[in-house]
Design a protein around this ligand. Structure first.
Ligand SMILES: NC(=O)C1=CN([C@@H]2O[C@H](COP(=O)(O)OP(=O)(O)OC[C@H]3O[C@@H](n4cnc5c(N)ncnc54)[C@H](OP(=O)(O)O)[C@@H]3O)[C@@H](O)[C@H]2O)C=CC1
Ligand SMILES: CCCCCCCCCCCCCCCC(=O)[C@@H](N)CO
Length: 346
């Protein structure tokens, strides 16, 4: 009778392992749900950092690419790199210089993109342009709070309206006789799942993207479901943007971020594309990102319901300790350094 408990433990372990491996096993047999070969893809924020890596990797997979950013010099050199990665001479490439934080930026970009693409809308739009201005809340000018919403949130709202009103118009739906899927992808951040001190100007703008994304996923069902909406949640990306935000980041934010695995733009792009190819809706690119997503699924559409639900239980337990540990670090920092007004940005 001795062997019974150990037998059932083995059985349970094997069953659990099989359950956890299901997505991997199914992934081997399922078809690519984000096929870009021969498609036209528009990417904002693609002259450097994660956006440029996404552009190069999608060009390698056979996509025609339009990149959007402000600085023309950077756009030109990025476009040369992207072109060089393309396997087929029939792929086409273009850049559009625009500030997507301005109210009319996105609609002008979409109009120019359609004109360049011989009257057809791009079939994939991925909003990657964004930036962070970290700082402690009460010393952050309100103008910065507003600018963070402009570049991170309103840029996504405007682009979503510009492209969805093309894709979802009665004439465009009627013309799409072979039910070609269109994809709108937003880029948020793991701080949308778990915001930390120093990101008060930034995290809300990224959390608002998740909320917009959830509404749009459901709203697109009204039109038959040919349009898919997704959001990607990177952690720390070793990019020009990170170098820039680190100039003003409070020291306590650096301390809390220490455990977040730093990833190169290429790795973030590859993992994000792999998630989209598997058909995921809320895409994370690291184990910590997946755990943080587990804290925050709420009512959002899940991928593998069983696995994602088990991860939410694990995350709830793990976060009991993480939250306690990080709050402790913040309290200790406050005690050690006194009132923030005495040390400024540090
Ligand atoms: N770096 C990080 O640690 C993390 C970043 N993210 C998010 O991932 C995305 C990519 O980040 P990252 O790789 O660091 O980006 P970078 O800051 O390195 O690059 C940003 C790109 O966006 C363009 N851009 C910036 N502002 C505008 C604007 N107003 N209009 C049009 N284009 C603009 C830039 O070109 P130009 O300046 O010429 O316009 C550049 O091509 C962003 O949305 C960011 O918020 C999420 C999690 C972590
Ligand atoms: C079991 C292990 C526990 C570890 C807990 C660590 C939690 C820290 C979370 C903070 C991560 C913030 C990344 C922000 C990225 C970003 O969006 C900015 N760089 C803006 O560009």
């Amino acid at each position: 009778m001795d062997y019974l408990p150990s037998l059932s433990l083995t059985t349970i372990s094997i069953a659990l392992l099989a359950l956890l491996l299901t997505p991997t096993i199914m992934g081997l047999f399922s078809k690519n749900k984000f096929d870009v070969n021969g498609k036209t893809v528009l990417l904002t924020g693609a002259s450097e950092g994660m956006g440029k890596s996404v552009a190069i990797q999608l060009a390698k997979k056979g996509a025609s690419i339009i990149i959007v950013a402000r600085n023309v010099g950077k756009l030109e050199s990025a476009l040369a790199e992207i072109k060089a990665a393309a396997p087929s001479p029939s792929q086409r490439f273009q850049y559009i210089s625009a500030d997507v934080s301005e109210e009319d930026g996105a609609s002008r970009v979409i109009a120019e993109a359609i004109a360049w693409n011989n009257g057809a809308s791009p079939s994939i739009v991925w909003c990657i342009a964004g930036s962070a201005s970290p700082g402690l809340f009460i010393s952050t000018p309100r103008s910065i709070m507003r600018k963070q919403m402009d570049i991170n949130f309103w840029s996504c709202v405007d682009m979503a309206q510009a492209i969805l009103s093309e894709w979802l118009s009665p004439s465009s739906l009627a013309a799409n006789t072979n039910n070609e899927e269109r994809h709108l992808v937003f880029t948020s951040s793991v701080v949308a799942f778990y915001p930390v001190v120093g990101y008060a100007p930034y995290a809300p703008s990224k959390a608002a993207i998740k909320s917009l994304s959830d509404c749009l996923v459901q709203e697109c069902l009204l039109y038959g479901g040919e349009v898919k909406v997704h959001t990607v949640f990177p952690g720390t990306i070793l990019s020009p943007g990170l170098e820039n935000e680190n100039l003003t980041k409070p020291e306590i934010t650096h301390i809390l971020e220490e455990s977040d695995p730093v990833q190169t733009p290429d790795v973030v792009a590859r993992k994000a594309i792999e998630g989209l190819e598997r058909g995921e809706y809320l895409v994370t690119v690291s184990w910590l990102g997946a755990l943080m997503r587990g804290c925050a699924w709420g009512g959002s559409r899940r991928g593998n319901w069983i696995v994602d639900t088990i991860v939410t239980w694990v995350a709830a337990l793990v976060w009991f300790f993480v939250g306690w540990d990080l709050d402790g670090k913040v309290k200790a920092y406050g005690k050690r350094n006194g009132h923030p007004s005495t040390y400024g940005r540090k």
